[in-house]
Design a protein around this ligand. Structure first.
Ligand code: Q46
Ligand code: ZN
Ligand code: ZN
Length: 319
């Protein structure tokens, strides 16, 4: 195999497009693809301040790297979830990445700010860890971005993630979730725009990019990811992809081009300000505030050490 640009020996292949590249032309191709995605979907606009959600895995670090190289001056945002060694190593890797590249990083420690880490939260709520964790991550990304004057949050979701989510939403006919599945979620009152600049790059593409750019990332998955249905969907799609390269790409793009426009506006909930935190919700009190209130109450009754919650932060519009 030869590089399609310079004919040197190829080291990386992109099967769905039948392309192969040497190391330097692969890196160039990857960054150009992301640049085009940003432009085509108007993800980042003049004057934007960009916050990148960083777990320490290959996708989020690759995204941070590309956005920095493209000149967007992104700030990293890492949540210390308190999941044992996995969280400790994730934080180390993220902090080292920021330090080595001189990039700004914001870290929020869940246990310090709200009193419990993800495992204790799951224990007191008697729910799977991912439910409280996912809700907290989504909420905090928006709130921290809003409070600190960022106009957009970028996440490292890749093609494999998005295709697996789409498959899951279709298998369970989650029509509201389907209507919301988009590479760009526009801003609203108290809501910062959310974008997924890597949504057309596969997991393998970002892993190759991270490797060729010398990014040291945490390869292990969160221990709670094991057994998640999303992994089963990914495996199923990988089997189809191996037989028919390009399936995931066509599956996702076909949905976004053909089906999603028909769902536009359906299931868009009426939002109002949460009585406690002021951020948008469909009910009186948002799911985040309700969950943490219940968790802290139960933890107190069980005699688990719970720190006082962080002091009030500015409500949307006041900050
Ligand atoms: S970090 Fe949190 Fe994930 Fe771990 S507990 Fe589940 S949601 S699996 S991306
Ligand atoms: Zn080349
Ligand atoms: Zn709230």
């Amino acid at each position: 195999m030869r590089c399609r640009t310079c004919r040197a020996k190829a080291v990386a292949e992109v099967r769905r497009f039948n392309l192969a590249f040497c190391a330097s032309h692969y890196v160039e191709w990857f960054e150009e693809q992301v640049r085009r995605t940003l432009r085509r979907h108007r993800m980042l606009r003049p004057g934007d301040r960009v916050l990148v959600a960083v777990s320490g895995g290959k996708d989020s670090l690759a995204l941070w790297e590309v956005l920095a190289r493209l000149g967007y001056g992104p700030t990293g945002f890492h949540i210390q979830l308190g999941i044992g060694d996995y969280s400790r190593r994730s934080r180390e890797v993220t902090e080292r990445f920021a330090r080595e590249r001189g990039l700004p990083l914001i870290v929020v420690d869940l246990a310090q700010e709200f009193g419990l880490g993800v495992p204790e939260l799951a224990q007191v709520l008697q729910r799977v860890p991912c439910s409280g964790c996912g809700l907290s991550k989504r909420y905090l990304m928006n709130r921290v971005a809003h409070e600190r004057g960022f106009t957009v949050v970028a996440t490292g979701h890749n093609l494999d993630d998005e295709a697996a989510t789409l498959l899951g939403n279709l298998l369970h006919w989650q029509t509201e979730a389907l209507a919301r599945q988009s590479p760009v979620l526009e801003e609203g009152e108290g809501l910062v725009r959310r974008v997924k600049p890597l949504f057309l790059m596969s997991e393998k593409d970002t892993a190759t990019y991270a490797l060729l750019r010398g990014i040291d990332y945490i390869a292990e998955e969160c221990p709670h990811a094991e057994g998640a249905l999303s992994l089963v969907y990914k495996e199923a799609l990988n089997r189809i992809e191996a037989e028919s390269p390009g399936t995931k790409y066509r599956f996702l793009l076909g949905f976004l081009d053909r089906l999603r426009p028909l769902l536009e506006g359906t299931g868009a909930p009426d939002l109002r300000a949460c009585r406690v935190c002021g951020y948008p919700t469909t009910g009186e009190v948002c799911a985040f505030c309700r969950m943490w209130d219940k968790a802290r109450e139960r933890a107190r009754r069980k005699g688990l050490a719970v720190l006082a919650p962080a002091g009030p932060s500015p409500r949307p519009g006041e900050g």
